[in-house]
Write a protein that binds this ligand. Structure first.
Ligand code: BYC
Length: 342
């Protein structure tokens, strides 16, 4: 973006602080209108920065907490091939979390601070990860539906106005596509397996369908942030638009899978050229957001425990980084030859 950088904001030549602020805002607004990217050192409204931190933190936390329901099945995967695939997928989710925490750091917030807020229950993660994975078929349903919903929501984020978030999303979406395909292929195998396997696949889809629709957030008329986020081009589509797009994608895929979607009200709307679908239980969604979902407590307890148990890894990594960042002329420099010859 050919905008005013944060450094330049202190170098105004004339005018009041208000005039300078107005000029910066005009430059920012023009950049957003022109579909330019806002970069970390560009001036930005504090509310834009705060909203990005809010969304990116929630997104990063979702990736990290999202490892839990699937990791639950790594040790019980039915074959070596399935186990290897699932391990790779869960590792990818950790990587997504790291890209997103790094992207959030460019806004002046640290990963540590965001994790502290997650652990204190002061920042959210996606409602979807508060549901249990009861059978192996749930791994397939998560891949097909949860990753499918994630892709539908996240592909437009590759065009987000904030550069580091948009660029992180490109790689994340590529990996999510692989995740979605593995879930679909897993469910296809189960659906065309024994009657018991087919039933297990159908049961998983029945349980994950509605929570997947809730991933897109509250309906548009109850979405507090959508209008501003869309004006800033952080979000490119409304929650309901993306939800409907997801239903359109899933209906033909369910037919190929030989599984039904647990909603008798899904039908083609000729006028809209899209599917209509039944009423979502928004009370359930609100309860999950309040912390009353089936697994909220378990997920946060496990996350805090993993963080505490990982303290020694962070300490060791920090000590290693300190040792290697020592430059000639600094106190740590003497350690370098020792390390090189050891
Ligand atoms: N769960 O005004 P709204 C993944 C909150 S991870 C919990 O519409 P916005 C994956 C919302 O934060 C999937 N909370 O908000 C990982 C707000 O509360 P606050 C995560 C939700 O931001 C591993 C309030 O409700 N994806 O893909 O305009 C394995 C009002 O909502 C939810 C992302 O995070 C929810 N479902 O729109 C597999 C994508 N929905 O903040 C897969 C990035 C809403 O005022 N995020 N809330 O306290 C977004 O696109 C948007 O933030 C949302 C919400 C569409 C989620």
């Amino acid at each position: 973006m050919a905008a005013v950088t944060a450094d330049q904001t202190t170098q105004g030549t004339a005018g009041t602080a208000e005039e300078a602020e107005a000029a910066h805002l005009a430059t920012f607004d023009a950049a957003v209108a022109a579909d330019d990217r806002i970069e970390p050192r560009d001036w930005m409204p504090e509310a834009y920065r705060a909203s990005l931190v809010r969304q990116m933190a929630q997104h990063a936390h979702s990736e990290i907490i999202g490892m839990q329901p699937e990791a639950n099945w790594i040790s019980r995967a039915p074959s070596l091939r399935r186990k290897a695939i699932l391990m790779a997928k869960v590792q990818d989710e950790a990587g997504h979390g790291l890209y997103l925490y790094s992207a959030a750091e460019t806004l002046g917030t640290s990963r540590e601070e965001l994790l502290d807020k997650l652990h204190a229950g002061r920042q959210r993660y996606s409602s979807i990860f508060n549901y249990p994975t009861l059978t192996w078929a749930d791994v397939g349903a998560i891949g097909w539906l949860v990753d499918g919903a994630a892709i539908t929501n996240q592909v437009p984020l590759c065009r987000c106005s904030y550069g580091p978030y948009a660029r992180a999303m490109v790689r994340i979406c590529k990996e999510e596509s692989f995740h979605q395909r593995q879930g679909y292929e897993l469910l296809l195998a189960l659906s065309h397996g024994t009657p018991a396997q087919h039933e297990m696949a159908q049961d998983a889809v029945n349980r994950w369908w509605w929570p997947s629709l809730m991933m897109f957030g509250p309906p548009d008329d109850a979405s507090a942030h959508s209008a501003q986020s869309m004006a800033w081009k952080i979000k490119r589509h409304s929650n309901d638009e993306l939800r409907r797009r997801f239903v359109d994608i899933c209906v033909p895929q369910a037919q190929v899978l030989g599984l039904s979607l647990p909603d008798p009200d899904i039908r083609w709307n000729e006028k809209l050229g899209q599917h209509d679908y039944g009423a979502i239980d928004w009370t359930e969604f609100q309860e999950v957001l309040k912390g009353n979902g089936p697994c909220n407590e378990q997920r946060l307890t496990q996350r805090r425990k993993a963080h505490e148990e990982g303290a020694w890894v962070r300490d060791a990594a920090a000590a290693y980084a300190d040792k290697h960042s020592a430059r000639p002329g600094t106190a740590g420099a003497a350690a370098q030859p020792v390390e090189a010859t050891a």
